[in-house]
Design a protein around this ligand. Structure first.
Ligand code: ZN
Length: 291
């Protein structure tokens, strides 16, 4: 009898603690680096993803079928650019405007202009890190958030990586998407080249400083400070710029210290589940905290 009196308030106290914890912070959905790597392997199996190519279309169909399975609505945004049919892929869970967009380009560069091996500069970049890694992050976010009510949009951009070829600009797909965006999200985060085994993602100089600080601080508190480094370095031309020009806070996560950039050696063995997981878990935590 005496003990019962003691135990009952304890039970209530414990229950209240759980309720309070629930109000303060919801657990982020589980992002698997291994699963993300599997997505990168699948995407790479289609071959170089040049805009308008069969491999590009197969990639788009694969993205659509995977995300549809996880409850997303997937639309293709098709448009013609200098005689080539481009395809952005837009995944959302309802018809509301997006609170936040997570974006990545899925195309691969048509030539390997950083390649030093003779005769190989004219070949397309395989694009394991440069194209497939960001695509894999978005696909795994789609799987991780499959049970969530969310206004996150996942947008896969075509035509990011053909700058200065056939008189193309960089970020053709993201520019088109931004030009046709009817309602502005509160933030855009672009991931590109974030799968390298030796991951070094610095704060990017053209990104929105506040948004960048939010994301990097989560990475530091998650123990990823050696890979997602709390120092500003590099100013990049990438898919975040069309949004910044519209006044939308946008941030680029990129590891530009990748020796295989735009070469024939940008292949699957250069990227790792561990690196993908650090980026993915930082983003799921940030998304869960803010959206
Ligand atoms: Zn590139």
């Amino acid at each position: 009898m005496k003990q019962f009196k003691l135990v009952l308030p304890l039970v209530w106290f414990t229950a209240l603690l759980f309720i309070a914890a629930g109000c303060i912070k919801t657990a982020a959905p589980e992002f698997s680096g291994e699963q993300a790597l599997q997505y990168a392997i699948e995407v790479m199996s289609f071959g170089p993803r040049l805009p308008g190519s069969t491999a590009s279309r197969k990639t788009a169909d694969y993205i659509k079928s995977e995300l549809t399975e996880y409850g997303w609505s997937v639309d293709f945004q098709d448009f013609n650019h200098k005689g080539v049919e481009l395809r952005n892929i837009v995944a959302h869970r309802n018809d509301s405007p997006p609170d936040v967009i997570i974006g990545a380009h899925y195309d691969t560069r048509a030539i390997s202009d950083q390649e030093t091996a003779p005769g190989k500069q004219s070949l397309p970049v395989p694009g394991a890190n440069d194209g497939a890694s960001g695509t894999a992050i978005l696909l795994e976010l789609g799987r991780a958030f499959r049970n969530e009510r969310t206004n996150i949009w996942l947008v896969f951009f075509d035509g990011e990586d053909q700058g200065h070829l056939n008189d193309w600009d960089w970020s053709v797909g993201a520019q088109y998407f931004a030009d046709h965006l009817e309602l502005k999200p509160s933030a855009v985060v672009v991931v590109d080249m974030i799968g390298d085994n030796d991951l070094n993602v610095y704060k990017e100089k053209q990104s929105d400083p506040e948004l960048t600080a939010e994301i990097w601080s989560i990475a530091q508190s998650s123990g990823y400070g050696a890979q997602i480094i709390d120092t500003e370095k590099y100013a990049m031309i990438d898919d975040h710029l069309p949004f910044i020009k519209l006044g939308i806070p946008a941030c680029l996560m990129i590891d530009f210290e990748y020796p295989y950039w735009h070469t024939q050696a940008d292949t699957l063995e250069k990227i790792s589940a561990g690196s993908l997981q650090k980026i993915g878990r930082t983003l799921t935590s940030w998304l869960t905290d803010h959206y």
